[in-house]
Design a binder for this molecule. Sequence first.
Ligand SMILES: [Ca+2]
Ligand SMILES: [Ca+2]
Ligand SMILES: [Ca+2]
Ligand SMILES: [Ca+2]
Length: 317
Amino acid sequence: MKKTTPPKYLPKRFLSLCASGLISASAIITGYSSEVLGTGAGSLLGGDLTDPENDLIDTEPGGSNFNWVSITSTGNAYFDADGLAPRQGAFDVFDNKVNNTEGKFCCTPAPWSVSVEFAEGYVLTHFTVTSNTDSIGRNPDVWRVQGSNDGVDWADIYVFDDDDAGAPGNRLYRGNSPWTTGDQVIRWNGDGDDFETPPSYKWFRFQADSAAGWVGTGGNLSLAEIEYFGTPASSAPFEITDFVYNAGDDTLRLTWNSKPGKTYTVRYSNDLKSWDSDIGDSVLSEGESTTFPPVNQPPAANPLEGTPRIYFRIEEN
Ligand SMILES: [Ca+2]
Ligand SMILES: [Ca+2]
Ligand SMILES: [Ca+2]
Ligand SMILES: [Ca+2]
C-alpha cells in the first residue's frame, strides 16, 4: 500500500487569512519571547545536537568529538583552547564552555555567521544562546537562526530584529539585545512558542547583523555558546508541514517531510473520497523536506478555482 500523508484541509477562513498577507510569514515568528536559564556553563542544557555526549575537545583548531559533518564561519574559523593566538574562535560557540578567554567567540565585525552541517536532518525544537561577558554591547540585537538542506539557500527559523537607532557606538551599551548581562544563557522554544515548528534541516546557521552597542554593522560581535536541539527527520511523521496560499493570484505551494531519492504524487480532492486528480505525479524529492512547486519556480494554480474547500494529500511513489 502506498504511503500517504493525512489530508490537509484548507478552510475558507484560512484562505481569507491568507488574503491578509499573514501566510507569507507563516513559518517565521519575529518575537522577543524567551526564557533566561541563568548565567555560566552550569546553566547550559548540554547534550545538544553539535555534541550529544558533551565530550567535545577543542585543543586542536579543528576540534574533535563533535557531531557535525562540516562547520563554516565568516571569521575566526577555529577553536581556541588556551586563550593564546589565534584567539576566540567562532567554533568556541560549541565548546561547552562559557568564559571570558577561550570559551567565547569574539571579536569580528558584522555580519557574522557560523553554520553546522549534520549527517541527517533535524526538526529544531529549541535552542539556547549565551552572551559574552567582556562587552555587553557586542551581543547582537539583529540576529537569526536559519536552516538549510543544501548549505546554500537558507530559511529563517527564528528572527530577532531590534537594531537600536540610538546606540552610541559603545561596547558597554546593552541597547536592545535580549541579554541583560554577560554569560547569560537564554532559551528559545519552538512548537509555536517562540518560533513555529520548522521543516527538517541538515544545516543550521546562526547569523548576526548588528551588535547592541552600535547601529547597523558597526563594532564587533561576540557570543559565548549556542546549543541546538531537535528530533531526527527520520522519526518525523509523513505529513504536510507547510502550505502557502496566495489569494491574490489563487496559487499555492506545499511542503512535506520526504525521503531522499523518492518521487511523490500531489493529489487533491473536494470531498475526501475521490483522490483521482493530481497536480504533479512525479515530484522529485528535495531530501528530508520537499516543496512543490520548488521555491525557485512559480507556485501552482489552485486546481479547483472558486471551490469553498479543497484537500491535499501527498503519496510516496
Ligand atoms: Ca574554547
Ligand atoms: Ca554543547
Ligand atoms: Ca563557548
Ligand atoms: Ca545594533
